[in-house]
Design a protein around this ligand. Structure first.
Ligand code: KG4
Ligand code: ZN
Length: 341
């Protein structure tokens, strides 16, 4: 078994063009991220066609920068890992096509990686001592999942969002209160000036599957509150809405994670995904873990939001298992956790 696999990793599933070199699935040798946020801010959200075109423009420079920063070349790495889903199909295809070309030209193995599994694996970069099994709460722009990581690349899904993802709710609420895109960081900033108990937004759950999430009801409650204020001719405090909404999301996530610790008896809980860069959520989940005698793990914010280092981490464990993608690897926009194509 090769224990010193250096992988070039490529990530283009949404609005970041990213490349990294990762050793052993644990050590980041370089992590280059070219963000398209400014471009999409003009339109209030990610425009898929623009994202693909921008990836095309940037990808070769980003890959060259990642190799240079790591002191590597395409010949000196052991393989090429690439996100092939889930995500925007056109955006994914740019990364997949380039990864195939690099792998073919340099005669290196190609490894297809699931983006959500990449988010989970970001914890391996932050905590070299972390090993499965552990619980992971994945909160990103497109997915909210509570999973048990049984082993590297093996997952048991305990719960998922039945409607909007947590990040999606942040983005929609931010738009509704005039903060714009990207919603998560803007809500977090506004919430610092607000009162989290000012407005009692609901914290919906399901008695038949207690690990599932729902965020669309919470989003509608915020919209109804704003409409009501409008109809009564009352102004509302943007900061109070942001703080009260963020408090509701924090409670929902923390309660589900606490229940999962109790039900499974696991003593390790990791956070992952873009929403895991939120300070209020990190603190609340950390405190909950302390109360329950569980170890808490969360990557630095730069490893929570989209990056290629996490793809290099997840890709390494696929590589070690001998899993290789063929040169007909396609983008799979709806790829599920644990699914292998
Ligand atoms: O994981 P990610 O970077 O991309 C996806 O795979 O979706 O997550 C992006 C999501 C967006 O919805 C964004 O608003 C949210 O993560 N996000 C945050 C924060 N930073 C990013 N949500 C709350 N607080 C933040 N500080
Ligand atoms: Zn992501």
């Amino acid at each position: 078994m090769n224990n010193d696999g250096k992988l070039l990793a490529i990530e283009t599933s949404c609005d970041e063009t990213a490349a990294a070199v990762v050793r052993n699935g644990r050590e980041v040798l370089s992590n280059v991220i070219s963000s398209q946020i400014d471009l999409h801010t003009l339109y209030g959200g990610v425009v898929p066609e623009i994202a693909s075109r921008k990836h095309m423009e940037k990808i070769d420079q980003v890959v060259a920068a990642a190799l240079k920063e790591a002191g590597e070349t395409i010949e000196s790495v052991d393989g090429v890992a690439v996100t092939y889903g889930p995500g925007l199909v056109g955006a994914l295809l740019v990364g997949v096509a380039h990864a195939k070309a690099y792998a073919w030209a340099a005669e290196k193995p190609l490894i297809g990686v699931n983006h959500i599994e990449g988010h989970i694996a970001a914890n391996f970069l932050q905590y070299p001592e972390l090993t499965p099994p552990f619980l992971c709460l994945v909160v990103s722009g497109g997915h909210t999942h509570l999973v048990r990581v049984l082993d590297y690349g093996e997952y048991e899904i305990l719960g998922r969002s039945r409607d909007d993802a947590a990040g999606e709710a942040f983005d929609k609420v931010a738009r509704a209160i005039g903060l714009g895109y990207p919603g998560g960081p803007k809500i977090e900033k506004a919430a610092k000036e607000g009162d989290p108990s000012a407005i009692a937004f609901p914290r919906p759950g399901f008695s038949d599957s207690p690990f599932d999430f729902s965020f669309s009801g919470l989003k509608s409650a915020v919209l109804n509150y704003l409409n009501e204020c409008g109809m009564k001719g009352l102004s509302y405090s943007q900061a109070d809405v942001a703080a009260s909404f963020q408090a509701a999301v924090t409670d929902i996530l923390t309660e589900r994670a606490e229940l999962a610790l109790h039900e499974t008896g696991d003593k390790k809980l990791a956070l992952a995904g873009g929403v895991a860069s939120n300070g209020a959520i990190r603190n609340a989940v950390k405190k909950m873990c302390e109360r329950n005698g569980a170890e808490f793990f969360v990557p630095d914010p730069i490893l929570c939001t989209d990056n290629a280092a996490m793809i290099g981490a997840a890709g390494f464990y696929e590589y070690q298992k001998g899993r290789r993608a063929a040169l007909n690897l396609n983008a799979v926009p709806g790829l599920k956790i644990g699914e292998r194509s």
